[in-house]
Design a binder for this molecule. Structure first.
Ligand code: ADP
Ligand code: ASP
Ligand code: MG
Length: 412
């Protein structure tokens, strides 16, 4: 007999009929003799609606009350799934984050799980094999007693963290696609499902925009060695498909040079024109941004025609664009630049693969292929197992498809 955590995302619990289908997946695993804890997201679209209500009520909202409001979507689905399980004759109860309890840091809106006390859920398993239905995305701060949420997509992290705390044999992340693909299957029809993907590659793919798993959930799976599968909740509950296993690189037999292509629209470009080319200038630009907790991602510096000044281009998260530009305008005298230009209609496209460690020229091949399609590259970054390019958002699909074919990832 095994112990499982099963997680169901927003589209999988979008209405009561789908929740009934989820209950059938849970029953299958329970009937097979497994003890089961289920983690649920809010119904799809619900969290966006709640966030909009908060912003409507108070544009500069108190993050504690934001968490109180946005955590409510998961309370509804956990109760509904417990009820659907009762209807199938199973023992089940809902658990809110504070009831488990799942303790999180006090960073409201992006809390990190610090501890989970699994004793109550485990007692339910040993007493009468009761199924625990846990609200994802939420926890409680031990010191303040306030509800916290884990950042968007955080139910994945709730699930993996719970699996680690309960020492589960497996964590199954059920979603609206049947696994992790070589790229987003919604924009590239030739994307292929991967049977396995390494922790490192999945971590990069998630950080670079593949929203199929929250980044933190992959980190936890890697650190705690939780065997984690991504699989479909839309399968017939009586004949499920296995999905994609996130595992160690050594456990993957057929390794490609490039494993996946990701894209992120969450990038905005800022260019400072004709900045004085002298020591300390980068510190004058990036110091104030770091002080304001703004993450700068890609950076390029180009010497201007006049040789005495330089143009500096970099990217920040879209949500921070306004704040970043206003900080730089205020620091104009200290930095001394001629002009500030910004663009939010840009996208970062990335190729990821552990094979890049041992192969040269992987990125160079992409620059040629993109140039042949008339796609202009605004910035480039590379690291050990990935490279990223910044391009006009209008070319997103073309660029993703081009790289996908270039690296031999297209399905036959
Ligand atoms: P859930 O609500 O179940 O958490 P999400 O919408 O957060 O689901 O994540 C699933 C979505 O991730 C898919 O519908 C797909 O469009 C998107 N996605 C992006 N990149 C990938 C990828 N490489 N493989 C699979 N899905 C991907
Ligand atoms: N409901 C939350 C969100 O939409 C958490 C999740 O779905 O994982 O971000
Ligand atoms: Mg998700």
């Amino acid at each position: 007999m095994a112990r499982l955590v099963m997680k169901f995302g927003g589209t999988s619990v979008a209405n009561v009929e789908r929740i009934r289908n989820v209950a059938r997946h849970v029953k299958r695993e329970w009937d097979a003799g497994n003890d089961v804890a289920v983690v649920v997201s809010a119904m799809s679209g619900k969290t966006n609606e709640l966030v909009a209500w908060v912003k409507d009520a108070s544009p500069l909202y108190d993050p504690k009350e934001y968490d109180t409001v946005v955590a409510s979507g998961e309370q509804v689905t956990s109760g509904l799934l417990a009820l659907a399980l009762h209807e199938l004759g199973l023992k089940a109860r809902s658990w809110q984050g504070w009831q488990v309890p799942i303790y999180g840091s006090d960073a409201h809106g992006s809390s990190r799980i610090v501890d989970i006390d699994g004793a109550n859920i485990l007692k339910g398993f040993s007493d009468d094999r009761s199924i625990a239905v846990v609200s994802g995305f939420q926890g409680v701060n031990r010191e303040t007693g306030r509800i916290v949420t884990l950042g968007r997509g955080g139910s994945d992290t709730s699930a993996v963290a719970l699996a680690a705390a309960l020492k589960a044999d497996r964590c199954d992340i059920y979603t609206d696609v049947d696994g992790v693909y070589t790229t987003d299957p919604r924009i590239v029809s030739k994307a292929r499902r991967l049977d396995r993907v390494s922790f490192e590659e999945m971590l990069e793919m998630a950080s670079l925009g593949a929203k199929v798993l929250q980044v933190r959930s992959v980190e936890l799976a890697m650190v705690h060695r939780v065997p984690t599968y991504v699989r479909s909740s839309f399968d017939d509950p009586s004949s499920p498909t296995p999905g994609t296993l996130i595992c160690d690189e050594e456990d993957i037999v057929e390794q490609q040079i490039v494993t996946g292509i990701a894209y992120s629209k969450d990038e905005a470009q800022i260019t400072l024109r004709r900045v004085a080319d002298q020591p300390g200038v980068a510190a004058a630009i990036f110091g104030p941004l770091a002080d304001a907790n703004i993450n700068v991602d890609m950076i390029i510096q180009v010497v201007s025609d006049d040789q005495a000044t330089t143009d500096i281009t970099f990217t920040v998260p879209t949500a921070e664009f306004e704040r970043a530009t206003s900080i730089l305008r205020n620091a104009r005298d200290a930095i001394s630049y001629a002009d500030l230009q910004g663009a939010t209609d840009v996208v970062k496209v990335s190729a990821i693969g552990v094979g890049m460690r041992s192969h040269a020229g992987v990125a160079a091949k992409a620059f040629r292929a993109l140039a042949d399609k008339g796609i202009n590259i605004r910035a480039i970054t590379t690291s050990e197992i990935k490279f990223s390019i910044l391009i006009d958002a209008a070319y997103t699909e073309l660029a993703v498809r081009t790289l996908h074919s270039l690296y031999g990832l297209d399905a036959a």
